[in-house]
Unconditional design. Structure first.
Ligand code: EPZ
Length: 421
């Protein structure tokens, strides 16, 4: 198994270009199943999760023509010869579940295995299924966890989401696009990736209003045409590199990012004492020669502080004198990085959903695990400032969600290399 070997590095300095958003391209790839015409996606990052979603679509009989060099994918879903997503691919990626809505809408049938839990929580999908049932789908879950959906035609209706689930919002909106009549989805997720997906769907001829608010109205149409779309920049990758500037007390120009998508991260980094300003080329995070201050974060659905930046930000807080607190409200078990950071000498204690960081103790390099995608990013950032050498194993988690992570960190002066065991 490969690992990252990281040495104590100086302040990260220079320019980083943000890639397309993983959490936008995954639902948008699923959305291409709604049209029998060709779609062209640009700004598609080279990530393991994107590989898996493309493999799933191809396994359904759809033609997928991908150019990694050009960050481009052409999808022609004129023919879909099965609605059964292959288990061996679905079990690799929970987000496969967002193919349920489009398949039901286009084919009247969908069979996808329950994705199961992961390190950060059980990841149930009852809100997805409740919404699809409300649209008229019959859903059955077999003994071995195969979710089978079928319908003679979805019918628009009013749906209230008990929790603003990103995946459930995506599944329901995509299914409602081809339903007969109008769907009003309330307490919907408001993430920028939902807006990007809805922008793509509207280019295909969907009639969606309110994306980005908690109420989304979808007027069903008979069919959707093909479309071309450029994926929005990845706000979580952008936030990760903004935190990287702060933890190393460096200065980084983050290019190809949308500041509006990271307002809570900007606010919290400024609270810590970073100088953050916009330039025509991008966002500059300047933490050079600064004594940063402790702060408190609480994760919330968008537009609140993003849960996906909780672990990298916690790594930063271990290097800041004083007590900080982190409250994770979105996932029930998203503190797997605490044990790894404490192995490096951090002093973090967790009680219920609250982590208390007694920051300012020097971190020491050691062998640590990437327990999930964002926890992996956290220990990499910690390794850049820890004394000595840090070896991070299970890096397949990290390579799911950060394109050219080693190259980007190296170009900023970080000492990191990928080693195959
Ligand atoms: C998406 O996951 C993202 N993944 C996650 O990013 C992100 O952390 C999450 O949204 C929250 O922003 C993708 O977009 C591929 P949810 P998703 O449904 O859709 C509970 C990353 O690191 N819930 O909003 O699975 C659920 O258990 C990943 O890039 C139910 O209880 O998130 C969780 O506690 C990690 N029932 C909370 O809601 C349901 O039916 C948020 O889940 C659905 C969700």
């Amino acid at each position: 198994m490969a690992k990252f070997v990281i040495q104590k590095s100086g302040p990260l300095e220079g320019v980083v270009e943000i890639s397309g958003a993983k959490n936008a391209v995954l639902p948008i790839l699923a959305a291409t199943l709604l049209s029998s015409e060709k779609c062209v996606l640009e700004g598609v990052p080279a990530l393991k999760d994107v590989d898996i979603m493309c493999d799933i679509i191809q396994a359904l009989g759809v033609s997928v023509n991908r150019s990694i060099e050009e960050s481009k994918v052409e999808i022609d879903a004129s023919v879909i010869n099965t609605s059964r997503a292959p288990d061996h691919l679905v079990e690799k990626m929970r987000a496969s579940m967002v193919a349920m809505g489009p398949l039901l809408a286009r084919m009247g049938k969908a069979e996808i295995h329950l994705p199961g839990g992961c390190a950060i929580g059980d990841r149930p999908i009852e809100l997805h299924l409740k919404g699809l049932k409300a649209l008229g789908a019959e859903i059955d879950i077999s003994e071995n966890g195969l979710v089978k959906g079928k319908t003679d035609g979805l019918v628009g209706t009013d749906i209230y989401l008990d929790f603003p689930s990103v995946g459930a919002t995506e599944n329901i909106v995509m299914a409602a696009c081809l339903a007969s009549g109008t769907t009003l989805l309330e307490n919907a997720a408001q993430e920028p990736e939902i807006v990007d997906m809805c922008n793509f769907l509207n280019k295909m001829g969907a009639r969606i209003k309110g994306a980005g608010t908690d109420t989304i109205k979808i007027e069903g149409v008979k069919s959707l045409r093909g479309a071309r779309h450029v994926i929005i920049p990845d706000r979580i990758e952008a936030g990760t590199f903004m935190v990287a500037a702060a933890i190393t007390r460096g200065t980084i120009l983050v290019k190809n990012m949308l500041p509006d998508h990271v307002k809570p991260i900007i606010a919290k980094l400024r609270e810590c004492g970073c100088d953050i300003f916009m330039t025509p080329e991008g966002v500059v995070v300047d933490a050079s020669d600064r004594e940063l201050k402790s702060t408190d974060i609480k994760t919330l659905p968008y537009p609140g502080f993003p849960t996906d930046i909780q672990s990298p930000f916690m790594a930063l807080l271990t290097t800041v004198e004083g007590h900080s607190t982190v409250i994770e409200t979105v996932f029930e078990n998203r503190y797997m990085h605490v044990r790894e950071l404490n192995k490096m000498g951090a002093d973090i204690s967790v009680k219920d959903r609250c982590a208390i960081i007694n920051g300012g103790r020097p971190l020491k390099g050691t062998n640590v695990l990437a327990t999930d995608l964002r926890a992996g990013a956290a220990v990499v950032l910690a390794g850049l400032v820890a004394e000595g050498v840090t070896e991070v194993s299970q890096i397949y988690h990290i390579e799911r969600g950060y394109e050219n992570f080693v190259e980007k960190i190296t170009n900023l002066g970080g000492i990191i290399k990928r080693v195959d065991d």
